[in-house]
Structures are given as C-alpha cells and as structure tokens.
Design a protein around this ligand. Structure first.
Ligand code: EPU
Length: 417
C-alpha cells in the first residue's frame, strides 16, 4: 500500500489543470449498457474507481479501451447480467449498472453494496423507484435480483435526494414506456451532465438540475458521445490547498458555477477565488477566519468538501462548528487531524474546531477518499513531515494528486510499498 511523505510549509504556486469528474464519469460509463454500439467518453480521469467500473463492464461482456483521457466502450450485447460482490464492495457506484441493465435487458443481479466507511448508505430509494416502474425485485443471498418486461413510466418521490438514485432512475426511465416523474431529485452538476449525455443519445429528459425531472421514455437510444465536466471537488481541494499554504493557484478548467456554495463559504473565511480566463485563481486574501458549516445536497455545501474545509478551519482564527447532514460517519479524518495537533471535538454529527497556530507533521492514516484529501492538505501546511498511509483511498478519486501538487512546488513523495 503506497504512502505519501509530505514536508509541509511551502506555499503552493502556479497553474494546475483539473481532471474530469469522477462522479460524472462513472454514470456515463454505466449509460453504455443502455444501447449497443461504440461509445466515446472524453475527459475521463485515470482513477481506481474508473478502473473498477471498467472491470465491471468488461465482466459484463463489453470491450473497454482507454487512452489519453478518452474511453471507447464497445457494447455488442451484455452477456453477463451480474455485478459481483467483489467489485461492488470496492465501489458502491457499481449500483449504477442496475437501472440500465433492467431497462435494456429486463434482468440484473447486482450485489447489495452494504455499509461503507462513511455510513450505512442504503439503496432502498433506487429499488423503490425501479419497482414503481414495473421491475420485480428480490433480495437473495446478498444480491438484488431484478426482472422486468419493458419498464413503464411512474411518479417517483424521493424522501431524500439521492445522487446515484436519481441517475439510476433517469437511465432506466429513458427506455421505459411512458413518462416518469422524479420528485425531490438530486440537483448535482453530475446529474445534469448525465442528463445531457443521455439526451445526446436520444433520451428525452427535462428539468435535470431542478427538483422535478420528467423523462419521456423512448424505444431505443444511440451510442454515447460525451465529454465529462471538470471535477468540482478536485477544484475545491486546490482552492483550499492555495489558502492553507498561503500560496496562489490558478485552477485551469475550473467551473465556478458548480462551486457557488464552496466559493462563497471560503471567501467568507478570507480566501479569494477570482475567475480568470482559464478558470479560477485562488489565494489567501487575509488571515483565515473560522466560519460555521453545514453540509447539504446541491446547491448547498457538498459533503465531499467537508473534510478539506475542516483542514483549513484547523488553522483558522476562532472556532468553527461543522455539521455533517448527509452521511452519519464522515468524521473519520478528525482523529487523524488531532494527531497533527488540531483541536477538534465531536458530538454526534457536529464537529467543533478551535483554530490552532500551527499543525505538526505526524504519521496518519487515510480512511476514505475525502478524508485522505484533508490529511494531505493538513500535511502541506504542517511543520515537519507527515506520512499519509493507505493512500489507495486517494487514488480512487484524485488523478495523480501528488504529481499535480509537486508541479505547484509541494514537497511530496510517493513511497511505493
Ligand atoms: N440514501 C438513502 N437511500 C437510498 C439512497 C441514499 O437513504 O436509496 C441516503 C444516503 O444514505 C445518504 C443520502 O441519502 O444519507 C444521500 O446519498 P446519495 O445517494 O446522494 O449518495 P450516493 O449517490 O451514494 C454520491 C457520490 C458521493 C457523494 C454523495 C453525496 C457518486 C458515485 N457518489 O453518492 O461521492 O458523497 O453522492 O453528494 O456520485 C465521493 O466522491 O467521495 C463520494 C462519496
């Protein structure tokens, strides 16, 4: 398991290009199950999760080629309708093949994801929606077994907006007979990106990005030809990197409109995020002030940026109260940040962070993707050396983060083990 050795204290300076969004790439890859032919996806980041989805599609009988950020997926007809436990347990987003498989082939057997490091993360809303569209679903020996003749349109209400749930149902409804209406749908930019990709395939999806999405089913779709949006969470991570090290980073390809809540909150703390011709320019405008935070579904502040924001608050002037409302166990980075000298207490879903003058390097362990990013950020700002263990979590969702940070002047080494 690789580790990262970071020697902190250097302001990061320069320009860096943000990669394609992980959470837009994975549903686009799943959408290739919806129709046979040669699909093209551009701006695909080279990540462990993308490789896992690649393995899943190959397991199902597809041919996947990936070169220079372009992925070509050839679907000559799915031969294997199972998403096995071994793949699903390493990546929950594997559930995204469920809707397309049922809609296109009338059958699917997908392992139930189970819990994960950040919470229980059930998929009941995905299943409820598919059942309303006519799928017969049974849970058998840890697997979701689904059958359907042609799915039909339905009125679906989510009591919690779910990102992959909305995506799964949008894909399934695209090939259903009649109109599907999803109420309290997730509004994330990745949902909008998938809707655009599907509409380019010939789907008729209206309202993606709003709480109510209407989908008129069609009989068949064309192959995908899509360029995924830049990763807004990677962008946010670089903004914090500029601020926490007192440097200045121009983030190329950044889309400020996908990060309004993040930028607004960071600006309140003293970070500048100016739009530039090529993206965003981020730097510390004034000493960082503590601000409270509550994670919310989009357009609120994303849970995927909570850990990185907390790293910044560790070094802010004052006390910040951070409330995590999306996942019940997403404070795993707290114990590790405390090992670096942070002053944080947790009560249920609330973390109270008292800013300290300095963090000190320490050996720490990554526990999930965004927690890893927060430890890297803390290490970049800390005095001395930080050794981040288990960085395979980081490699799941950040493309060559260590190399990118190095080009900005960070002292960071990957130790291969
Ligand atoms: N939920 C249910 N039932 C369901 C589905 C969700 O109760 O059937 C609950 C979840 O337990 C959670 C809330 O609804 O409390 C929202 O979860 P959501 O379904 O939106 O999460 P997800 O689709 O599994 C995606 C991202 C996550 C990101 C969340 C929230 C992908 C592949 N994953 O997960 O990304 O944190 O939305 O924005 O899109 C990451 O990239 O690090 C990551 C974890």
């Amino acid at each position: 398991m690789d580790q990262l050795l970071i020697t902190g204290g250097r302001p990061l300076k320069g320009a860096v290009k943000v990669s394609g969004a992980k959470n837009a790439t994975l549903p686009a890859m799943a959408a290739t199950v919806l129709t046979e032919g040669r699909h093209i996806i551009r701006n695909v980041p080279l990540l462990r999760d993308v490789k896992t989805m690649d393995r899943l599609l190959v397991h199902m009988g597809m041919d996947v080629r990936f070169e220079n950020s372009t992925m070509i997926i050839t679907n000559r007809g799915v031969r294997n309708f199972e998403a096995p436990y071994d793949l699903v347990k390493t990546m929950r987003a594997s559930i995204l093949v469920l809707g397309p498989m049922i809609a296109r082939y009338g059958r699917a057997r997908v392992s139930l994801p189970g819990g994960c490091a950040i919470g229980a993360r059930p998929v009941n809303l995905h299943l409820m929606g598919l059942e309303k569209m006519g799928a017969r679903i049974e849970l058998n020996q840890g697997y979701i077994e689904a059958r359907a003749s042609r799915l039909h349109g339905a009125d679906i209400y989510f009591d919690i907006p779910t990102v992959t749930g909305t995506e799964n149902l949008m894909m399934a409804a695209s090939l259903a007979k009649g109109v599907t209406r999803i109420e309290n749908a997730a509004r994330e930019p990745e949902v909008v990106d998938l809707a655009e990709a599907l509409n380019n395939m010939g789907a008729r999806i209206y309202g993606a990005g709003e709480s109510i999405i209407n989908i008129e089913g069609v009989d068949e779709l064309n192959p995908l030809n899509h360029t995924v949006i830049p990763d807004r969470i990677e962008t946010g991570t670089f903004i914090v990197a500029a601020a926490i090290t007192g440097g200045e980073i121009e983030i190329l390809n950044a889309r400020a409109e996908h990060l309004e809540a993040v930028i607004t909150k960071l600006e309140e703390t003293g970070v500048a995020c100016d739009t530039s011709a090529r993206g965003l320019r981020a730097y510390k405008r004034s000493p960082i002030q503590a601000r409270d935070l509550k994670t919310m579904p989009y357009p609120g502040f994303p849970t995927d940026m909570q850990a990185q924001f907390m790293a910044l608050m560790c070094l802010a002037e004052g006390t910040s109260v951070i409330r995590e409302t999306i996942f019940e166990n997403r404070f795993m980075h707290v114990a590790e940040l405390k090992r670096m000298g942070a002053d944080i207490t947790i009560e249920g879903s609330i973390a109270t962070v008292k800013g300290v003058k300095a963090l000190k390097g320490a050996p720490v362990m990554a526990t999930d993707l965004r927690a890893s990013a927060s430890l890297v950020l803390a290490g970049l700002a800390a005095e001395g050396e930080t050794l981040v263990d288990r960085i395979y979590h980081l490699d799941r969702g950040y493309e060559r983060l260590d190399d990118k940070l190095k080009t900005l002047g960070a002292r960071i080494e990957r130790i291969k083990r």
